[in-house]
Design a protein around this ligand. Structure first.
Ligand code: IPD
Ligand code: CA
Ligand code: CA
Length: 269
């Protein structure tokens, strides 16, 4: 990557940090009921509220990035794909952990990644309730609130907590053998409702890794770069056929436990 592009990426990183915090503030106002949107006031149902919050938060992110970098493209959970006129694609989940958000539990976050010509170069995950911002830049390491983070050094699955995700997009048969195997190896799992947040926790070494049989790109792009830049392993998600359109399995892991988890999940690369 040439130095001009690198400068450009740094400018995008600085901007994305401001944008994700502003988006977090807006999302928080829906979570704590201070938003005061006319649209919200007209509705009472929590699911309506979350769908309005999702759309408005994604719109804030897209608008602010578009204002600064009008040539860049977008892929977001709420508003879909919008091709740009350069190689930059911002991949956005405005609220990851919707079930928690809507049920007044704090494990939800915003995830923003920048993919340039098929390579993830920036990843940001912000959890407003904890005011914790996880960031990674390709080749520059990963940080939580500006402090370097490292993936787990566990040598086996029995040495820590494994993050697991599951949705009704896949059948239960895709996860139950893994859970049995994990428990038989004296490992244990956690699912907090936000795949992106668990991936950030795995990059920070709080979890030994994260596995989900099927995940969408807006859930995992930032988390993949965070794990790699924190010294851990992540599968070649974008190498799976049509991953940006259809999603794919995800596995991230601390470097010393990656081989065991790869064998257990059958995810080789
Ligand atoms: C979901 C969460 C969940 C994961 C699912 C995602 P949403 O995203 O990340 O933890 O297991 O695969 O779809 O609906 O809360 O944005
Ligand atoms: Ca999501
Ligand atoms: Ca979402």
């Amino acid at each position: 990557m040439g130095s001009d592009i690198k400068l450009d990426i740094n400018a995008r990183f600085d901007h994305a940090r401001d944008v994700i915090k502003a988006a977090g503030k807006r999302a928080m106002s829906y979570y704590d009921g201070t938003a005061g949107d006319l649209e919200i006031e007209a509705k009472t149902n929590a699911l309506d509220m979350v769908s309005i919050a999702d759309k408005n938060v994604e719109a804030i992110i897209r608008d602010r990035i578009h204002d600064a970098f009008p040539e860049d493209g977008f892929l977001g959970e709420e508003m879909g794909i919008e091709q740009g006129s350069n190689d930059c694609l911002w991949v956005i989940d405005p609220i990851d952990g919707t079930a928690c958000f809507v049920n007044q539990m704090p494990s939800w976050c915003i995830s923003i990644a920048l993919v340039v010509a098929g390579e993830i170069v920036l990843g940001l995950i912000y959890q407003p309730c904890n005011k914790e911002l996880f960031t990674a830049r390709l080749g520059e390491g990963a940080e939580a609130n500006g402090e370097p983070i490292k993936a787990s050094t566990a040598n086996s699955v029995s040495e820590g907590l494994m993050g697991l995700g599951m949705s009704h997009r896949t059948s239960s048969d895709e996860i139950t053998p893994f859970i049995k195997d994990l428990l038989d190896r004296e490992g244990i799992f956690i699912r907090n409702g936000s795949g992106a947040l668990m991936m950030a926790y795995a990059a920070a070494g709080r979890l030994i890794g994260y596995y989900e049989p099927h995940i969408n790109p807006w859930d995992c792009m930032a988390g993949i770069l965070l794990m790699r830049e924190a010294g851990g392993w992540a599968n070649d998600y974008l190498g799976a056929p049509d991953a940006l359109e259809k999603g794919a399995p995800i596995l991230t892991a601390g470097a010393n436990v990656a081989a065991e988890l790869r064998a257990m999940t059958g995810i080789e690369k």
